[in-house]
Design a protein around this ligand. Structure first.
Ligand SMILES: [Zn+2]
Length: 62
């Protein structure tokens, strides 16, 4: 039985929701990977925002 392993882990981009709503000139982003099978929905993570110098909520964007 053949498996398509490359389809399971995909590269995604996380964008700071706080930067977006506050109208900052730049939006902090992280590039990461996720398992599509385990996380079919949009990923949300708390990460350090380098623009605001604090931990904020990052959401997956396309
Ligand atoms: Zn931010």
């Amino acid at each position: 039985m053949a498996k398509k392993s490359k389809d399971k882990r995909i590269t995604i981009h996380l964008e700071c929701t706080s930067c977006r709503t506050s109208g900052m000139p730049g939006v902090a982003r992280y590039t990461t990977q996720k398992n599509r099978t385990n996380n079919p929905k949009r990923l949300e993570l708390r990460k350090y925002c380098k623009y605001e110098h604090k931990y904020t909520l990052f959401k997956e964007v396309k």
